[in-house]
Design a protein around this ligand. Structure first.
Ligand SMILES: Cc1cc2nc3c(=O)[nH]c(=O)nc-3n(C[C@H](O)[C@H](O)[C@H](O)COP(=O)(O)OP(=O)(O)OC[C@H]3O[C@@H](n4cnc5c(N)ncnc54)[C@H](O)[C@@H]3O)c2cc1C
Length: 270
């Protein structure tokens, strides 16, 4: 048996969004998570000899039984919560996720104690609008922002969430509710890419972000005309989406944000 002394946290809730998507709440055991900025991430870890779910595929690279497998996960909860929430997608041939998907309530794991990351709103002026694009579990950092203080900012917010199917749209209910509660502030815009597989009619969008962005009706629907002067764009999730959206946005005059040179494009690749 490997040494589990690094395990410092316990699973307190699991919400199975779909067979391959899970929301997990984790509580630090006898320590407190320091305050974090919405959009930041921590590292979760399990030892290599922990069992993998039975649906898993062979590991693309076998884990070492006596080593902690560590991966970054964006925080989906707010700093006010007494648990830390994650939205995790199963990579069947991966090392950590098939083990995370095997956890039950009460099981222990490692969680790093220092949230990090620059994918945050603190460098975006209050009056700027926000368009938050996410594929899959890339919605997690935006949930943390919306559950914290993003909705009290002056600018408007559009959340564009892409997934294969409607059942993969984690947080759909909460985002719909927030949109109803803040109709002049928040627009939730889901899009699914495999409408042929839907069990019931889907009357929302079915296009990639690139097409949606170029459609003038999208800009009508979100209730503002974005420009590099009034809007910051966040991109989170699939690296291909991030690369292709960056290049389209740059053609429209947006610049990547860095510490040295402020710009309007902020990106986090999973
Ligand atoms: C800053 C940051 C925040 C992140 N936040 C989240 C989060 O909130 N939720 C989340 O689910 N993941 C998140 N990730 C990704 C996460 O860190 C892991 O990479 C992912 O969970 C796979 O880990 P694994 O050990 O199961 O797979 P690994 O053993 O690391 O294998 C991953 C390999 O599988 C391939 N692969 C296929 N599909 C995927 C996929 N969907 N994701 C990753 N790799 C894939 C990749 O090419 C890669 O080579 C984040 C990554 C970063 C850098």
């Amino acid at each position: 048996m490997s040494d589990k002394s690094k395990y410092n946290s316990v699973v307190t809730q699991i919400i199975q969004v779909s067979p391959s998507m899970r929301i997990i709440r984790v509580k630090p055991d006898k320590w407190e998570m320091p305050p974090f900025k919405p959009g930041q991430f921590v590292v979760l870890g399990l030892m290599g000899d922990e069992p993998r779910i039975k649906e898993a595929a062979p590991e693309h690279k076998p884990a070492q039984p006596d080593k902690l497998i560590r991966r970054a996960y964006s925080i989906a909860s707010s700093s006010r919560d007494d648990y830390v929430e994650f939205y995790i997608s199963l990579v069947k041939s991966g090392q950590l996720t098939p083990r995370l998907f095997n956890l039950d309530i009460g099981d222990r794991l490692f969680m790093s104690q220092k949230p990090t990351g620059m994918f945050t709103l603190d460098q975006v002026p209050e009056d700027q609008n926000l368009i938050l694009f996410a594929t899959g579990t890339g919605i997690a950092p935006y949930m943390s922002m919306l559950r914290s203080d993003a909705l009290s900012r002056q600018g408007k917010i559009a959340v564009v969430h892409g997934a294969d199917n409607s059942w993969d749209l984690g947080y759909h209910g909460e985002l719909k509710l927030l949109e109803r509660m803040f109709p002049h502030k928040l627009k939730y815009y889901p899009t699914i890419l495999r409408p042929d597989k839907e069990p019931a009619h889907w009357d929302g969008d079915t296009r990639f972000f690139e097409e949606i962005w170029k459609d003038p009706i999208f800009k009508e629907k979100i209730g503002f005309e974005p420009s590099p002067d009034n809007t910051h764009i966040f991109l989170c999730g699939n690296p291909n989406m991030v690369t292709s959206m960056k290049s389209i946005l740059k053609e429209d005059g947006y610049k990547e944000h860095t510490k040295r040179e402020p710009g309007q494009i902020h990106a986090e690749e999973f």
